[in-house]
Design a protein around this ligand. Structure first.
Ligand SMILES: Nc1ncnc2c1ncn2[C@@H]1O[C@H](COP(=O)(O)OP(=O)(O)OP(=O)(O)O)[C@@H](O)[C@H]1O
Ligand SMILES: [Mg+2]
Length: 412
């Protein structure tokens, strides 16, 4: 979409129009799937990326809970609603074409969930994923998983968090090394490329990069503070992009979005349900980098004091990934993991700084907190990048030992 397609004043606000359209689409697919049921589409769950809502169906068998997702144009809700992508009418016209594409996000996610469910059906597997119940017209409806997330366990200082993270990394290593899954994945049509490096490139290397960068932090701080922050952001992002290797050659199956909120644990069976796969071939260190980065951010930004096991938890994430590499590659794997970790922090931070404080999008708790702590987070990334340059093989240890104090003295 071009700059000339920007909405003009007088156009209706984008968010409510997209939300109403989304609710209609979800309701229509649920009605087609459960024609005899009474369908209730619930309140939006927090996500800066997509519309995600619980859907309950009441019929003669009782009540069943599902979750529906409606990705629009494969683009984040924040950028769709910040008035740079076109009016609601233009977006919906483009969306009608997008939903027909074989690589539309809902369809690709459904394929990944089916692949993982098949993988999980083997007797020795300890993770599963939600079941795909319906996928059509750009809408994906899956079974709702119960259980608390690893993010919640970490915030509650649950003593079982270390055990859950250890198990998660064992599962990630099992996925990474599964040749049947790798072959099946290679044969699928659609791809979602949201590796840490690709996300950095999309945000900071594309046609809108300059404008995106220049707008970071708008609404979050005075111009006098924002301008040097943006300048420093540009410097650090350029340095991380230079150091960040493209996801590469090892040929591991990577889950792709292994965040603590995407790992749910059944409290009785301890079985894990993983949400929101974004499978691709790459390196296990990518999954480890994202998990470590998000665990540290959650612990540092959302709790008064970090979980007492945080250093051991982060150490486990890093070491179990590094061990999956042949010994001669481990040094390099550490350096790559460290840079991806820093790249992910920049991705989280830039997302947070591009969400206006008064956005109608229901944002996760981490988003505004990360925006408020932007200067010290950015300073940590800059310091750690120097540490990686000085001692690439020791970089992961440095990140692990300093991440527990990511926000010293700044907790709420
Ligand atoms: N099948 C499910 N069962 C239980 N909870 C779910 C399910 N699907 C999604 N959720 C909840 O909704 C949240 C957002 O879903 P999801 O991650 O799929 O959307 P998203 O748009 O990718 O969000 P984000 O960009 O924040 O990851 C999840 O973190 C989880 O809390
Ligand atoms: Mg998600």
């Amino acid at each position: 979409m071009t700059a000339s397609s920007h909405p003009v004043s007088g156009d209706p606000p984008v968010f409510p129009v997209l939300e109403e359209h989304t609710r209609d689409r979800i309701h229509a697919l649920a009605r087609a799937r459960w024609p005899a049921g009474e369908i209730v589409v619930g309140a939006l769950l927090s996500s800066v990326t997509n519309f995600v809502v619980p859907v309950s169906v009441h019929d003669e068998h009782g009540m069943a809970r599902q979750v529906a997702k409606y990705p629009i144009l494969g683009t984040s809700l924040v950028s769709l609603t910040n008035a740079t992508r076109g009016s609601a009418e233009q977006l919906l016209a483009a969306q009608a074409r997008y939903t027909a594409r074989p690589d539309a996000a809902a369809r690709v996610e459904a394929t990944h969930l089916d692949l993982l469910r098949h993988h999980a059906a083997q007797p020795d597997r300890a993770i599963t994923v939600p079941e795909v119940l319906a996928c059509d017209g750009g809408v994906l409806i899956t079974s709702a998983a119960g259980g608390g997330s690893v993010a919640k366990a970490l915030l509650n200082h649950d003593p079982a968090t270390l055990e859950s993270v250890t198990a998660a990394m064992q599962h990630a290593a099992s996925l990474a090394a599964d040749p049947a899954l790798r072959d099946a994945l290679a044969a699928t049509a659609g791809r979602r490329s949201n590796t840490i490096t690709a996300t950095l490139a999309r945000k900071f290397g594309g046609a809108y990069a300059e404008r995106y960068l220049a707008g970071l932090g708008t609404g979050w701080s005075d111009e006098a503070d924002r301008v040097p922050l943006v300048r420093e952001f540009a410097r650090v992002v350029a340095a991380v992009r230079l150091a960040a290797p493209p996801a590469a050659p090892v040929g591991h199956v990577v889950f792709g979005d292994l965040k603590p909120e995407h790992i749910l644990i059944d409290e009785h069976t301890r079985r894990q349900v993983w949400l929101d796969p974004c499978l691709h071939l790459g390196e296990l260190a990518e999954d480890a980098a994202k998990l470590a980065s998000r665990l540290a951010l959650h612990a540092g930004l959302l709790s008064r004091t970090p979980h007492p096991d945080l250093p051991r938890i982060l150490h486990t994430v890093v070491e179990s990934a590094v061990e999956a590499y042949p010994p001669k590659w481990r040094r390099q794997a550490r350096a790559r993991l460290a840079v991806w970790w820093l790249g992910d922090v920049l991705n989280v931070l830039s997302t947070a700084l591009s969400v206006p404080p008064d956005t109608p999008v229901p944002v996760p708790a981490l988003t505004p907190t990360a925006a408020r702590h932007a200067p010290s987070l950015l300073a940590w990334v800059a310091r750690m990048l120097d540490a990686v340059a000085d001692d690439p093989a020791g970089a992961t240890d440095t990140l692990v030992s300093t991440a527990a104090t990511l926000m010293p003295g700044q907790r709420r």
